[in-house]
Design a protein around this ligand. Sequence first.
Ligand SMILES: NC(=O)c1ccc[n+]([C@@H]2O[C@H](COP(=O)([O-])OP(=O)(O)OC[C@H]3O[C@@H](n4cnc5c(N)ncnc54)[C@H](OP(=O)(O)O)[C@@H]3O)[C@@H](O)[C@H]2O)c1
Length: 280
Amino acid sequence: MIKMEQKTFQLQNGVLLPAIGFGTYKATDGNGKQSIADALETGYRYLDTASFYGNETEIGEAVKESGIPRGELFLASKVWKDEMGYEETKEAFEKSCERLQTDYLDLYLVHWPKRTQEDKDWKICLKDTWRAMEELYEAGRIRAIGVSNCLPHHLEVILEDAKVKPMVDQLELHVGYLQLAAVNYCREHDILVQAWSPLGRRRVLEEPVVVSLAKKYQVTPAQFLLGFLHQEGFSVIPKASAKERMISNQQIFDFALSEEDKYFLECLPQMGWSGEHPDL
Ligand SMILES: NC(=O)c1ccc[n+]([C@@H]2O[C@H](COP(=O)([O-])OP(=O)(O)OC[C@H]3O[C@@H](n4cnc5c(N)ncnc54)[C@H](OP(=O)(O)O)[C@@H]3O)[C@@H](O)[C@H]2O)c1
């Protein structure tokens, strides 16, 4: 097992969230649970999954076989669009736990704010879903609760009558798509922003500005993109298939961008967007 430097972000309730997690969307497509075993072997302790990814069972098995004590791991999953609603969310949570072979999650997120883009009752559904999240949290089944793909107007709906505020918002976030309005809103409300597709799923890796700045700081383009996000205060969850990439994607703490380069990156025109949006 490789020991990696474990930096953390402290959530509003005191829970420490590892600064780098392993993204598992499509991670098990090629060689099943072996990729999860490799991620654990190369030092990842935070695994980001979702019922939608269809790989919670493989993750549960890989975790069990690793022999790593549950308390040393940070397991996160998400309630999918068609599992939203009060009873449905509670059922979905139990199913995720069963597949992951655990009786609690470190982080559970509402995957998207709406079941469908056309859903006229989305506010009621989101509030019902959040009520279930709060109850699971208060019952000690989840250490931290949050959302994903929620923009300020979605978060406002939750905050209107939340007893427990969302602690995390997982957003598509990478150079070329920094969602500053949502990020600023989250910062004002003490919600940690996590970057999904921090490498823009490879779409921004080969951009000339990224390649040349990575060269300047003597890191790879992937390390540059991840290090920049970390220095901006975001947690990152990159996905990779090969062990070398899994390792190098965790070596992002040894360089510091100048203020000038940060502003430059923050002000770039949009690039690498996935095309996914909660309202469109
Ligand atoms: N909440 C949401 O709605 C949502 C949506 C999407 C994703 N996510 C989460 O975010 C995680 C990460 O996002 P993502 O998987 O979409 O994309 P990503 O992490 O931005 O990019 C993954 C891609 O980059 C490649 N890559 C990784 N490390 C590399 C390196 N060092 N050099 C060159 N290429 C490298 C990978 O290739 P190989 O696999 O071939 O190594 C893969 O094609 C997901 O796995 C998932 O857990 C959440």
